[in-house]
Design a protein around this ligand. Structure first.
Ligand code: AMP
Length: 359
């Protein structure tokens, strides 16, 4: 049983690990961050850190033995790394959740196997398979690498006029998945948590706007019907249960509308705390970071109640230069990630604004 004073091990040293470590500290836990980059933002707020590669077996074993439970802030943890860690410490979420969600083909196969709608999809490993997949799925379609895609990287749209070979070349001819284009009205996500004992709690559905393929703004409520919101919770719950999931997960969905009729289509599962859940830090009774810590420790989940109408805006690249103005803005909750250099496209911080409901 994890108790205050125990040590939480976190794989990955970015802003998610940093905010998780801060939430852990508030509950009397120590954190040990493992990351390959010397200047990892999470190191600043953790009791211990290890700088080593994710393939460094000896360092991984030392790390796992030094902590009471291991969690992670990114889904591309190599399978071998997860296996080494879980031989020496409990790993939450489990290795199966990682392997399902880090490959778009296994992810979509898993989700549709649960009877949950996804875009039509097909595996593509060469031009012949791409031609057959296009024949079946039609155009427009989206060609994506099976692995290591994020923020729109490793993706190519195939429009009526697109040369399929050029699209395949654009994603480096890597093993891929072809997906039918979903004519969505809005992108929404559900952030939820599950414990080993089976307790489940979801935050209100949020609506996400992207700029240059990177999340720019999250708004809650998402402005969907109660029925759609409940369906999103049911989808997240059935995914979490099927994975025997422990921790916070996010499910990204497309909202498709046909007149007043709403329909949800799953795009992706993130087996971790998620950018679209940052609004919970200040905007909900329990933040997603605290919720994740509670879940992986086997502690009771916190209340997910929303404290008003909430908007979260990412500060990307130069946006962060507004920090002084944002500090002066009454009611704006500013969170900066402690990154030295504001490169274009880099997430530097976020600001959350909470308004009275209905305003
Ligand atoms: P992903 O990396 O899968 O999250 O995709 C990045 C973005 O591309 C999504 O947030 C959507 O805006 C868009 N996109 C991805 N897949 C599809 C699809 N099948 N249909 C329509 N838009 C998509």
């Amino acid at each position: 049983m994890m108790r205050p004073g125990c040590t939480l091990g976190i794989l990955g040293g970015g802003q998610l690990g940093r905010m998780m470590a801060m939430a852990a500290a508030e509950l009397g836990l120590r954190t040990h961050i493992y990351a390959p980059e010397r200047d990892s933002p999470a190191f600043d707020v953790a009791a211990e850190h290890t700088v080593a590669a994710y393939e460094d077996e000896a360092a991984l074993v030392r790390f796992a033995k030094a902590v009471d439970v291991v969690t992670y802030e990114f889904e591309n943890v190599p399978g071998a790394t997860a296996a080494i860690l879980s031989a020496h410490a409990p790993l939450a979420p489990n290795a199966h959740a990682l392997s399902v969600s880090q490959d778009r083909l296994s992810e979509k196969t898993f989700v549709s196997g649960l009877g949950i709608p996804t875009a039509p999809f097909a595996a593509v490993s060469d031009e012949a398979e791409l031609a057959a997949a296009l024949e079946r799925i039609g155009r427009p379609a989206v060609l994506k690498t099976r692995r290591f895609g994020y923020d729109g990287k490793g993706q190519a749209m195939i429009r009526p006029e697109t040369d399929p070979a050029a699209a395949f070349a654009a994603i480096g001819r890597a093993p891929a998945i072809l997906e039918g284009f979903v004519p969505f009205e809005r992108e929404v996500s559900v952030v939820a948590a599950r414990t080993a004992a089976g307790a489940f709690a979801a935050y209100d559905l949020c609506a996400n706007e992207h700029r240059h393929h990177i999340l720019a703004t999250t708004r809650v409520p998402a402005g969907v019907s109660q029925r759609t919101e409940e369906e999103a919770f049911a989808i997240a719950r059935s995914i979490a249960e099927a994975l025997d999931y422990v921790g916070v997960l996010a499910v990204e969905l497309f909202l498709v509308t046909d007149g007043a009729k709403e329909r949800l289509v799953v795009n992706e599962i993130a087996p971790r705390v998620h950018n679209s859940g940052h609004w919970t830090l200040g905007g909900a009774t329990t933040s997603q970071f605290e919720q994740h810590v509670r879940a992986v420790c086997g502690w009771p989940l916190g209340a997910t109640a929303r404290l008003g109408r909430v908007e979260m805006q990412n500060l990307i690249g130069d946006d962060v230069e507004a920090w002084e103005r944002l500090l002066a803005e009454p009611g704006a909750h500013l969170q900066l990630y402690g990154k030295a250099e504001a490169r274009p496209g880099r997430k530097m911080g976020h600001v959350t604004r909470i308004f009275p409901e209905g305003e």
